[in-house]
Design a protein around this ligand. Sequence first.
Ligand code: TYD
Ligand code: MG
Length: 455
Amino acid sequence: MAKTKTLFYCQNCGYQSSKWMGKCPSCENWNTFVEEVIISGSKPISPVLSGFTRSKPKQLNDIETGNEFRINTADHELNRVLGGGLVLGSIVLVGGEPGIGKSTLMLQLALNLRNQRALYVTGEESEQQIKMRSLRLGTENPTCFILTETSLEDIFLQIENIKPDIVIIDSIQTLRTQVIDSSSGSISQIRECANQLQQYAKITNTPVILVGHITKDGNIAGPKILEHMVDTVLYFEGDRNYGYRILRTVKNRFGSTQEIGIYEMCDNGLRQVSNPSELLISQRNENLSGIAIASTVEGLRPMLIEIQALVSTAAYGVPQRATTGFDPRRLNMLLAVLEKRAGFRLANKDVFLNIAGGIKVDDPAIDLAVVCAVLSSNEDIPLNQRACFTAEVGLSGEIRSVNRLDQRINEAAKLGFEKIYIAKGGLKKSDPKLRPEIEIIGLSSIEDLFRELFG
Ligand code: TYD
Ligand code: MG
């Protein structure tokens, strides 16, 4: 007879306790404990996993990798983010807010694979809905199988039949295994299902992609343990009001975590964006004040983005400071620097700052462009449209050099900018003679900047 016991799990971090507690001793969150029933002793072993052969220790030299240990997905952005393709036997977690396009990305991946059998398991949509989506994407693939199922045991049975080369699970929160009696989406279910899928991936050398929901505060729902278990964690993010989506690596055992992939959500699915700068600054208006272009690096990719600022006299006693896509505290700091070090009276002005295209940037190199946009709006003088900026602004008003300067300058030159303003300190590092098409101007302080821009 199977023994039943109940345990309490913190739904935030997965901490386990035999009694209920108000506050989790591990992650210190309140009211996160939920009782879950565990049936032990009757562990049904899935047919795939039962063929498990015990592994013996081997010498590193004896382990062969083979040439074909990555699957080349047809998606260049995804390949790059994964570090050159999907590693065989790896387990990848893709997280993102609802409606951002995770299912679309995954279905597109499955439909575009050639000569590989893909199994797309969904617990969220019906077969008809998937069919409608695939019609919308306009791609067909005879080797792509769709399964609507939430029981892990039944999924393994189907896996046994189909023998897929890649398995996609949409989403891990909808799966259930008989081993555990709690409802799907609970911590112990998620953990056990992920655990079994991980074993399956490692034993059969099949890559498994898990889609995960994220909670209000932006973490993948379920214990952090899920992120520890998998090989790669990707986040799919973007502003739903705009078309751009960014796929970001948070953890990658087989590649860099600096890479990002950029997509645009169109009527017929996600389109890969290979040149983001052109999209982000293409709608520039002639001669408007308050606009400055920054050369930034997201992940490892340089791109140019447009910063828009509006400075106006405050209508109420307390001036407003609002930002989209930029840290408001950083804006306050830059405004304080302008006030204290360069004597601009901004304390009684409303300041609004917006990064065009709905993307979020935390690269300090856009400081200089932010300052320029604010000054341009404050003075109501448009900036030179063929100039862009890349440097950090320090607390004493000094302009500091940033990393990957050459990449930033090259990107600006490639897009036809005639001038780029950088920190004086950076001039030593990059030789202007190498790039005659763009004028590189070094600045050392905010006063320097003001003199350069407004004379
Ligand atoms: P979806 O992949 O269902 O998101 P998730 O799985 O992350 O919840 O994406 C849904 C959104 O994308 C939905 O609002 C509709 C939109 N969409 C398009 O704009 N074009 C398309 O071709 C598709 C398939 C979806
Ligand atoms: Mg979905």
